[in-house]
Write a protein that binds this ligand. Structure first.
Ligand SMILES: [Zn+2]
Length: 142
């Protein structure tokens, strides 16, 4: 959730810091927070720019349909993610690794589309959009 959405729920800065201090919320990146139970792959996708897209979203959808816990889902890198079309830039993986003390992620494949970004939920684009993206993904052609 964004800080703005938390504010709309009546959570002020002091309360937000308390949630973070006690581990009820974690910072994902500037202005965004998540549950500490959020699977690492989703957290990484958001740190790289946004929810899973394309083949990465399909991996997630297939696992959900198979009844596999999202925390146990294996989504290979590079992650395919989606960001709104007007996103000025996405963070560099080296910066993310340094900022969050994690292993250096691969450069993600970024799909720039506001409609696709809004198609699913906060974890991934809808299955239909993911299928269309995978059909046209330039990173999957060679
Ligand atoms: Zn793709």
């Amino acid at each position: 959730m964004s800080t703005r959405e938390l504010r709309q729920l009546g959570i002020d800065q002091t309360t937000l810091e308390l949630y973070r201090d006690y581990g009820s919320l974690q910072a994902v990146r500037q202005g965004w927070h998540c549950s500490p139970r959020l699977p690492d792959v989703i957290r990484l996708a958001w740190r790289l720019g946004g929810p899973l897209a394309c083949v990465s979203a399909l991996d997630l959808h297939q696992a959900k349909e198979a009844g596999i816990a999202i925390s146990a889902v294996s989504v290979p890198q590079p992650l395919h993610i989606v960001v709104p079309a007007n996103t000025p830039r996405t963070p560099r993986p080296a910066l993310i690794a340094r900022r969050w003390g994690i292993a250096m992620p691969c450069n993600p494949v970024i799909h720039w589309s506001t409609a696709d970004y809004l198609s699913g939920d906060r974890q991934a684009v809808s299955r239909a959009v993911a299928l269309r993206q995978a059909d046209h993904c330039s990173a999957l052609r060679d």
